[in-house]
Design a protein around this ligand. Structure first.
Ligand code: PA5
Length: 441
């Protein structure tokens, strides 16, 4: 079986650890046939090419195009601004925070900025003031090609670039990432001759981080996108090889769906103990909410289904949300993400001479402290009968991030099958987009 860096410890989700709030052996056995069926359905969608997100790690050509273009542009530009929102934005932000080299803007890379996920004018003017348009390249990302926030920001950037370098050179400052065949942005990119990076038709926004949507910005800051894809590929191969009891995504999906169905545990918390994964937890929140929160079942029955995803960060939220998690309603399932080895460690100096309570914090490794904090939090939750699980990654590197991304995408796809919703559409989001569009007519 494919060896993965990721491990999923669900001991504390089970009744043996947390009592009646956890999943009993009988409930788990009853779930197994449903999990097999869900897995078959997800595999079938991939085989029939109805959903393409599991194919992305095998797409070597897209990766080669993105890395080559990023390298080429970094010779002329110092800054890259990504304009996108939702699934066209969060994945790249998560990758930047997790994996950007410490010496950002080393040779062959660009500084990465994000705009387009808000219409807050203060944010945008602050960024515009900092940039030299002659040295700035824009990556406008929109699968549909007509999203208000992204396109409004794009109009501003296009105009600034035009004024700064003139119409002849303006197109060389723009990379458009959009639907491979149609849409307003696709049309404009062809008309004005921008570099065009296609998003496959069968990959939706929130499942697109491993397409050119995430790969190009990642490559532009020097992330090893080949390793990222290798990690995701290993995870997909493992998913096809293993049984529901062995597969991490399958166990996550099964345990969360049992919690929702039998105990109303509908608040699903993702809590990394690593600040570099805070944006990743944001990405998970969008993936879960937009995929699983639905008014109707696939047959059209009104169900108003879906978990509420919440993100937290340890240890910060031990002094905030943890009070609620430990003592509030029994409606939460918590998933920690633990990083075994951080890139560097820091030790506190010996403090014995202080002779008071502070002295006990002397001669400690920060890495040990953060692990101790996560373990203590998990233990406190167990004592209060609050189910929790831990995903452990050896370190935060590109390969492990690829695994982590695929872990969640597959888990959410399985949960869509188990809860009988279409995990790949977003009519609720489209409705507000439509109302906004109507305001302009
Ligand atoms: O996941 C999704 O489909 C959405 O979050 C979209 O990514 C978001 O609405 C932006 O859409 P677009 O890429 O078409 O501009």
């Amino acid at each position: 079986m494919t060896r993965l860096s990721l491990r999923y410890d669900d001991t504390n989700m089970r009744s043996a650890a947390v009592g009646k709030t956890g999943v009993s052996p009988r409930e788990w056995s009853a779930m197994l046939p449903r999990l097999r069926a869900a897995r078959n359905a997800v595999q079938k969608l991939a085989r029939m090419k109805e959903q393409g997100f599991m194919d992305l790690p095998f797409e070597r050509k897209t990766n080669a195009v993105c890395t080559k273009l990023a390298k080429q542009l970094s010779r002329s530009f110092t800054d890259l601004v990504v304009l996108g929102i939702g699934g066209s934005d969060l994945g790249a932000r998560a990758l930047q925070q997790a994996l950007a080299p410490v010496d950002e803007h080393k040779k062959g890379t660009m500084r990465l900025h994000f705009a387009g996920s808000s219409t807050d004018p203060d944010e945008l003017s602050r960024l515009l003031k900092r940039l030299n348009m002659k040295k700035t390249c824009v990556n406008v990302i929109s699968k549909s090609g007509d999203t208000l926030e992204t396109m409004a920001a794009f109009l501003v950037f296009r105009d600034r670039i035009l004024k700064s370098v003139g119409p002849g050179r303006m197109p060389s400052h723009i990379v458009a990432t959009t639907d491979e065949e149609s849409g307003s942005l696709n049309e404009l990119a062809r008309k004005e001759r921008y570099e065009l990076l296609p998003v496959p038709m069968n990959v939706g926004g929130r499942f697109s981080v491993l397409s050119s949507v995430g790969l190009f910005p990642a490559a532009a800051i020097g992330i090893d996108t080949t390793l990222l894809l290798q990690g995701a590929k290993s995870f997909v191969e493992g998913f096809h090889e293993c049984t529901p009891n062995e597969c991490m995504s399958t166990r996550y999906a099964g345990l969360h769906v049992i919690g929702m169905e039998r105990r109303d545990q509908r608040i699903h918390v993702t809590m990394p103990y690593a600040t570099r994964l805070a944006w990743f937890a944001h990405w998970v929140r969008q993936l879960v909410a937009e995929s699983l929160g639905k008014q109707t079942s696939r047959k059209g029955k009104t169900i108003h289904a879906g978990p509420t995803p919440v993100n937290a960060v340890g240890p910060e939220d031990q002094h905030s949300q943890m009070q609620l998690y430990n003592e509030g309603p029994f409606d939460k399932l918590i998933t920690f993400i633990e990083v075994k080895r951080f890139n560097g460690d820091i030790r506190t100096p010996a403090a014995g001479t202080m002779g008071n309570a502070i002295a006990r914090f002397g001669s400690r490794s920060f890495q040990d402290l953060i692990h101790l904090e996560r373990r203590a939090t998990a233990e406190s939750l167990c004592r209060n009968m609050r189910p929790n699980a831990t995903l452990t990654m050896d370190r935060i590197d590109a390969r492990a991030m690829g695994e982590l991304i695929m872990f969640w995408e597959i888990a959410v796809a399985l949960m869509g099958e188990l809860t009988d919703v279409n995990a790949y559409n977003q009519p609720g989001v489209e409705l507000s987009k439509r109302i906004m569009r109507e305001a302009f007519t």
